[in-house]
Design a protein around this ligand. Structure first.
Ligand code: GLA
Length: 362
């Protein structure tokens, strides 16, 4: 019986929100919390047969241990599903479509990223499952397959979000999970998909997150609507992405589209400023940049909520040098930066930059 295991982390986006699908910039880091998937090609999941490259047949039996729920489906053509099952079915089927041979398998999923908290629990699930299944399928093969193309995996996961879950998300979460590294943030330029590590040197300052308590789901929030607004702004400006937009032309857009595009342009500049501040060890400047990002997300991009605002207020009142919603918004978590002499309030969880997705000993 062959088996495999993989871990993929969630992420915190330090800054650069709603820029990924606009070919902009972001600065996320992988966190220690994530999702672990253990897979085995075992007879109890049905007879595994392979009908040739990319044509796996057989059954996947999946257990979400934390939820005590399970799912069972044929790899050949499973019907769509909802919730965590949509991700599992989507990843398995898209891997087969991409040419990976998967055996019939049993998979067990467990994790410690709170779902819907804006820390990318879904990307962690997608990436961990993809890595575990690819490894399982390539076990014992002499052709050296199993080489991971992390960029291709990120794109495959984003396709699953779009086509199986209905959320038109970008590549931020998956790239952060796949490329994360200990003590590093990643400056990602989504125009050319260039990823540059930036040492996360905080000199005793701390980053902490507080869950606003409001769950979000991109498929049902205003996330897809924001994407559509950005597309419309591009049409009116005659550009292929907002990265190409001329700031003066943006001023002439209708009010809502002007606000959305202005956020994106300003946020790209704030990412660059945050990289400079981080490299210079200018943490007070970083705090001010986080505050400016939040104001823009609240007032121009309009993805904040009363619960998020309350959480930001609480963190600033506790002495944070900066606080902003992290992730897509419409609920989720707030990230805050604290000077060495300021303690994050009760309920805040310190977040550290940790290693990216990896295989584990089965
Ligand atoms: C979610 C999406 C990402 C990105 C962020 C906003 O996390 O999954 O692709 O768009 O929202 O920055």
């Amino acid at each position: 019986m062959s088996s495999s295991a993989a871990f993929a982390p969630g992420r915190v986006n330090l800054i650069g929100e709603h820029t990924d699908y606009n070919e902009g910039l972001a600065l996320p880091f992988a966190i220690a919390e994530g999702v672990t998937v253990r897979a085995c090609a075992c007879a109890s999941a049905g007879e595994g047969q392979s009908a040739g490259e990319g044509q796996s047949v057989g059954r996947i039996v999946a257990h979400a241990l934390d939820l005590d729920e399970s799912d069972e489906f044929e790899l050949r053509a499973p019907p769509p599903a909802r919730g965590w099952r949509a991700y599992v079915r989507g990843i398995a089927v898209e891997l087969v479509r991409a040419g990976y041979t998967l055996p019939a398998a049993r998979v067990e999923i467990s994790g410690d990223v709170p779902r819907g908290s804006g820390l990318s629990s879904s990307a962690a699930l997608e990436v961990a499952l993809a890595l575990a299944l690819i490894e399982l399928g390539s076990r014992g093969r002499a052709d050296g397959s199993g080489q991971l193309d992390r960029l291709a995996i990120a794109k495959l996961c984003a396709r699953v979000e779009r086509e199986w879950v209905g959320a038109e998300t970008g590549l931020l979460d998956q790239l952060a999970s796949l490329y994360g590294a200990s003590a590093q943030a990643l400056r990602i330029d989504f125009r050319g998909l260039e990823i540059d590590p930036v040492p996360r040197r905080l000199a005793g300052w701390r980053l902490a997150v507080v869950d606003s308590g409001e769950r979000h789901a991109h498929a049902s929030s205003g996330y897809n609507e924001r994407r559509a607004e950005c597309r419309r702004a591009c049409e009116l400006l005659g550009v292929s992405s907002l990265r190409e937009a001329d700031p003066q032309a943006v001023e002439r857009l209708p009010p809502v589209l002007r606000a959305r595009a202005s956020h994106v342009l300003g946020e790209n500049e704030r990412v660059e400023a945050a990289v400079v501040a981080l490299r210079a060890g200018d943490l007070p400047a970083l705090g001010a940049i986080l505050n400016a990002s939040h104001a823009s997300l609240r007032d121009l991009y309009e993805v904040s909520t009363p619960a998020v605002e309350e959480t930001v207020r609480l963190l600033l009142a506790a002495g944070a040098a900066g606080a902003r919603l992290t992730g897509g918004g419409f609920g989720g978590s707030v990230l805050a930066l604290f000077a060495p002499d300021r303690a994050p309030p009760a309920g805040a969880r310190e977040v550290r930059a940790s290693g990216g997705a990896r295989l584990l000993a089965p």
